[in-house]
Write a protein that binds this ligand. Structure first.
Ligand SMILES: [Zn+2]
Length: 376
């Protein structure tokens, strides 16, 4: 992974590059980013840049032997610690990151924006609580006590340090505070606020921004061949997460906009027969598509609310027909009704994964939405 492989985020990259160029590499950094953000990718790109033999002003060269090892995540001076659990082949008492390096590399190659669930599916620990065990304390200390084999820096990347056992966390405080020469820690966290304060106080925090709608939509169109208007719509629903955007783009396309528009109209005019038909249609979608539709509905409601408070174009995240629908919608209902509608649709989105009868769920939701429209 190199900086060029991460779309956008120029200011973050520039900050990291300048730390290297000015010899101000912090020995313990916390890369904090929301799920689906490029926090882990950024740490990988930074490690590659740090150890590149011929870096350019902008990036690692991609060709030297260090880069080629980092490209495959097999550089002997770049160490990884990450949460794992027992699996079919590994007993709970034996679990540690080193046993899963092959799977880990596969995860980094295929799903660098993935979350813990994606990781569990890859290493086979689904349904079990993954942790960074107490034993990893010794691995971390031992790995860092070795002399750098071939790189300029020894880098210890700890993914999801919030899942580190308290004993392990306490056990590494000393080395975190004063790592051996030319060693550094990159902690990559989705929930930095749950880290021990003793860890937080020993690391320099760097907030990795989530992707903007525009960046997500560009990634979808250029790297994944998604058609522009659909990419924009998915980017908006994904709300900064590349993981969600990619997941959504892999699904069969449904015309969320027209279905939602029709649905709101039917609820408003209490067209019960048509609502029954729409419930049938909704029930035919798979769970993921149902959930996407409801999230899409929420995103249009958000836009309608934006239209109430401003006419400034740049604040809108949708355009064209969706935008005119959202602003017309904003004109006919009150803020109180917005809140009720959002509450109902969020609840339904929560239950859709767990509910066996999605037809009934959608019909109930429609009736409740109709009631909200009745009361101004
Ligand atoms: Zn290189």
């Amino acid at each position: 992974m190199r900086f060029k492989d991460i779309h956008g985020l120029e200011s973050t990259k520039s900050l990291l590059r300048s730390a290297v160029k000015t010899n101000h590499v912090a020995h313990a950094q916390l890369f904090a980013g929301m799920p689906g953000s490029p926090a882990l990718s950024m740490a990988l790109a930074y490690a590659t840049f740090l150890n590149c033999e011929n870096p350019t002003e902008e990036d690692a060269c991609g060709e030297c032997s260090s880069c080629s090892k980092n490209q495959k995540f097999v550089h002997p001076d770049v160490h990884f610690i990450f949460p794992v659990s027992s699996t079919k082949n590994v007993a709970a008492k034996d679990t540690k990151s080193q046993l899963f390096l092959k799977e880990w590399r596969n995860f980094l190659l295929t799903t660098p924006y993935g979350n813990l669930q994606d990781w569990s599916e890859i290493y086979g620990g689904e349904g079990k609580q993954a942790l960074i065990s107490t034993k990893e304390k010794m691995t971390i200390i031992n790995d860092l006590s070795l002399k750098a084999f071939e790189g300029k820096f020894k880098v210890m990347i700890i993914w999801q340090p919030e899942l580190m056992h308290k004993n392990a966390a306490n056990g590494i405080l000393k080395v975190l505070e004063e790592p051996p020469d030319n060693s550094l820690f990159l902690l990559v966290s989705e929930q930095p606020d749950t880290l021990l304060t003793t860890i937080l106080s020993r690391t320099q925090r760097l907030n990795i921004p989530s992707f903007t709608d525009q960046e997500l939509s560009e990634i979808l169109t250029s790297a994944h061949g998604v058609e522009t208007s659909r990419a924009k719509q998915l980017a908006h629903i994904a709300d900064g997460s590349l993981r969600t955007a990619l997941y959504l783009s892999a699904q069969v396309e449904t015309d969320n906009f027209n279905f939602f528009k029709q649905w709101m109209r039917n609820c408003h005019q209490r067209q019960m027969g048509q609502l029954v038909d729409q419930s049938d249609e909704f029930a035919k979608l798979n769970k993921a598509a149902q959930s996407t539709f409801l999230k899409y509905g929420l995103s249009i409601l958000r836009e309608a609310l934006v239209s109430l408070s401003t006419t400034q174009d740049k604040l809108f995240r949708v355009e064209g027909d969706e935008k005119s629908f959202a602003s017309n919608f904003g004109k006919v209902i009150s803020t109180d009704q917005f809140q009720k509608l959002s509450g109902l649709i969020s609840d339904a989105a929560y239950h859709v994964e767990r509910n066996a009868n999605s037809k009934l769920l959608f019909m109930n939701l429609s009736i409740n939405v109709s009631k909200v429209f009745l009361k101004k």
